[in-house]
Design a binder for this molecule. Structure first.
Ligand code: GDP
Ligand code: MG
Length: 592
């Protein structure tokens, strides 16, 4: 075990994490040409973020001694802070990479905070020293001033040329402790990721804290008590490589013919069914969907295809749920659940990019608990299922315990932001001089739309948000209907706190007025709570005579225009007697 080092590389986007990982792979004899294999998902390259963790075990020789380096790639987007922190929990240390041409940036700070929270040894490293206009001194000063490291701790490298990488490897050996744990104790393994394999079922990525795991073992997931027999254990090289046994300190995987991806949850503890460990690894959070939205295919005939894509996606991302729903305005689609707003955005983007699906998503909402007059309590995640208000006794909304980490300069801005969101301030903590944590309780609904963007803008990108569900609390929630020429459009209905309903409705109607083209008759737009109209807009009629623009001259131009109109028609949705272009739905639904 003293020859093992478990670590990850953390960095702001583009600071060189993948490039440095390639250098490590080379040193470990896993040469990769061209492709940066640690980010294998197409989407990651597109967004420049790493979504899933891909660990890799490397044999690295230093002064004639062989070491095993387990490099664990954390999800690059620190907004998935729970997943990042689970990956970090599989490590003893982290390399903090800072680009010498950019200096310390928002995600540098956020990642450092997370690594500190997980008690990791951090090695600060300045990268890209080969670049002509690299400001090594300035970057070094920032690392000292903003992050609180000492100057002589900082290493300087070029991940591109490999300069300084040998020193970094030495520093990893010296500064990052070897894992400790008891191979003879009952099995205790942390699940930090998984993927689905058609033949093997769920491949569970684990860091063994205590004990050993091998083929034939009866294991149990501690969060749900599900038991399985281990089929294969192994470590990650370029591919998965089977081993006889994994023991305390190791990072690897096991398979156990687990067919339902929902049985495996990130952060869970695996132990032996017959000789379980006493306590699970602390900090586990059950993966429950908290944010819901409808997803519909743009073309109704692509429903089956969308369904197949969702099923595939679900296998590798069990945190996301879906069930069929239908909408008068948007046709057949799915009601989907996500762990948070970012999870929703990423999933939608994956559907678009990886699966090539043309989709439209409705405004996201949380789940509400509703106590009815007949004594029943129901939960609803869809405004379409909102009961008649006269049957409602009480509505409860989900509340989260949230914390925002920021440099002290931004306390005022953040306090202002949270008070505008119905939050209850709890406390302010100063774990270090340069870092403040503001804790508060806030309705989840208030932070699932534009909260994160606003936080980033009022803290110049430095603020990070973490939250955890704590329970439901009574609230004045109403359902708002949006009507076009008196006809309610189901896909546009939303649920909101009474105080906010008017504001959201107003901005929605304004947006609609701008994007719905004028027609031959006047269109009225209304927002209503039950039969009470709370906001109104109108679109004045317009005599559509596009051909007149062609001055009668050019015949081909005229024909082209007619064809274009025809094509445009296909993408129209008829709502009552009003034609709404698909595009308009897009922009209306992107109202924040
Ligand atoms: P990541 O987003 O942190 O994974 O960053 P990448 O490893 O993808 O690097 C971002 C860009 O910086 C790429 O174009 C790299 O080739 C470049 N890069 C990374 N490290 C160095 C370096 O040490 N020197 C130079 N000149 N470029 C580098
Ligand atoms: Mg990368």
């Amino acid at each position: 075990m003293d020859k093992i080092r478990n670590f990850s590389i953390i960095a702001h986007i583009d600071h060189g994490k993948s490039t440095l990982a390639d250098r490590f792979l080379e040193r470990g004899g896993l040469v990769v040409k061209g492709e940066q294999i640690l980010d294998s998902m197409e989407l990651e390259r597109d967004r420049g973020i790493t979504i899933r963790a891909h660990p890799v075990s490397l044999d690295i020789e230093v002064d004639g001694v062989k070491y095993l380096f387990n490099l664990i790639d954390t999800p690059g987007h620190v907004d998935f802070s729970y997943e990042v922190s689970r990956s970090l929990k599989a490590c003893e240390g982290a390399i903090l990479l800072v680009d010498a041409t950019q200096g310390v940036e928002a995600q540098t700070i956020a990642n450092t905070y997370l690594a500190l929270e997980n008690d990791l040894v951090i090695i600060p490293v300045i990268n890209k020293i080969d670049v002509k206009d690299a400001d090594i001194e300035g970057t070094s000063k920032e690392i000292v001033d903003i992050l609180g490291f000492k100057e002589d701790e900082i290493l300087k490298i070029s991940a591109k040329t490999g300069e300084g990488v040998d020193n970094l490897i030495k520093a990893i050996l010296e500064r990052i402790p070897a894992p400790h744990g008891d191979p003879n104790a009952p099995l205790k393994a942390l699940v930090f990721d998984s993927h689905f394999d058609t033949y093997k079922g769920v491949v569970v990525y684990v860091r063994i804290k205590d004990g050993t795991i091998k083929k034939g073992d009866k294991i149990k997931f501690m969060s749900n008590g599900k038991e399985f027999e281990v089929e294969e254990v192994g470590i990650f090289r370029l591919k998965m490589e089977p081993e006889d046994v994994l023991s305390a300190g190791s990072v690897g995987y096991f398979t156990a013919l687990i067919r339902d991806p929902l049985d495996v949850q990130i952060g869970d503890t695996v132990t032996h069914a017959n000789n379980p460990t006493k306590e699970p690894i602390p900090g586990f959070r059950k993966n429950v969907p908290m944010v819901f939205a409808g997803i519909f295919p743009l073309n109704t005939n692509e429903f089956e295809e969308l369904k197949k894509s969702l099923e595939k996606l679900h296998l590798n991302d069990p945190a996301f749920t879906f069930e069929p729903e239908s909408s008068e305005a948007l046709g057949f689609g799915f009601r989907c659940g996500f762990s948070g707003l970012l999870h929703m955005e990423i999933t939608i983007e994956r559907l678009r990019i990886e699966f090539g699906q043309d989709i439209i998503a409705t405004v996201p909402n949380v789940e509400y608990e509703i106590v009815l007059r007949d004594g029943r309590t129901i939960t609803i995640d869809n405004p379409a299922k909102f009961p008649d208000p006269s049957n409602i006794l009480e509505i409860r909304e989900p509340i989260v315990d949230a914390s925002i980490m920021i440099p002290p300069d931004y306390i005022g801005n953040v306090m202002e932001l949270i008070t505008s969101r119905r939050a209850v301030y709890k406390e302010m903590l100063y774990p270090e001089e340069k870092r403040v944590i503001i804790r508060f309780e806030v309705p989840l609904q208030e932070i699932i739309t534009d909260f994160f963007d606003t936080l980033k803008s009022v803290t110049r990108g430095y603020g990070t948000l973490d939250y955890e569900f704590i329970g439901f609390k009574k609230a004045d929630i109403v359902k708002v209907d949006i009507l076009i020429n008196k006809k309610p459009i189901d896909a546009l209905s939303f649920m909101a706190h009474e105080e906010k309903a008017y504001y959201v409705a107003r901005s929605m109607l304004e947006k609609m007025r701008k994007v719905i083209p004028r027609q031959m008759f006047e269109i009225s737009l209304q927002a209503a709570i039950g039969s009470k109209i709370i906001a109104k807009e109108r679109i004045v009629p317009y005599r559509k005579d596009v051909l007149a623009k062609c001055y009668g001259g050019d015949v081909t131009r005229k024909r082209k225009l007619l064809e274009k109109q025809k094509e445009g028609k296909k993408k129209m949705k008829m709502v009552g007697n009003v034609e709404i272009p698909q595009e308009a739905f897009f922009s209306i639904l992107s109202v924040k």
